[in-house]
Design a protein. Structure first.
Length: 189
């Protein structure tokens, strides 16, 4: 069963006193997909849901209709197992892994978050589109997509994400996604 991830709203907030010392997996008020923590003069992004929350962290939460928190995602996963239904997730339909703009960063984050949520649900695959060629041309767009998918997969490995990542084919001429293009991207990554 495929779960559609619609565009989600991101809310950055400070942790409540009772959340300090918990992990994002243990917080039931929000779906916390990351933390921003100061280390010296640098800000470090933490995406491990098993990392304990500190008082001075900024929590990155998703406001989504799918689940309120990680406990609900785990429950969905258990329901799927009990019903012998393999779960998957589809990222938002408008994705841009090609232009290397702010939208690309949002799209990459959507894929990462979908990976985290699908992993918690013990799902099998995250499916995404790659994006439009845009004005940069097919060759440059494919290079950018390959590079961005490579970065996503590196992050996937670093964070122990188990579901597969599937790039959906497209028959539209303006979208990168022919069978041969997808095979080339997957082979290179």
């Amino acid at each position: 069963m495929e779960i559609q991830m619609v565009r989600v709203n991101i809310v950055d907030r400070s942790p409540d006193d009772e959340e300090v010392g918990l992990t994002p997996l243990e917080v039931d008020s929000d779906l916390i997909v990351g933390m921003v923590r100061r280390k010296g003069k640098k800000e470090v992004k933490i995406t491990d849901p098993n990392e304990k929350i500190k008082a001075d962290d900024i929590l990155v939460t998703l406001a989504s209709g799918l689940a309120q928190n990680f406990q609900e995602l785990k429950m969905l996963g258990r329901m799927g197992e009990e019903l012998d239904v393999r779960l998957s997730m589809h990222t938002p339909y408008y994705m841009d892994l090609a232009s290397n703009t702010e939208l690309t960063e949002k799209s990459v984050n959507s894929v990462k978050w979908a990976g985290t949520m699908t992993n918690v649900m013990k799902g099998g695959i995250v499916v995404t589109h790659s994006g439009l060629y845009g004005t940069q041309g097919k060759k440059r767009a494919r290079e950018n997509i390959t590079e961005n998918v490579g970065k996503i997969m590196d992050w996937w490995k670093e964070n122990g994400i188990k579901p597969l990542l599937g790039i959906e084919t497209s028959g539209r001429q303006e979208i990168c996604g022919s069978r041969d293009e997808i095979v080339d991207i997957c082979t290179e990554v």
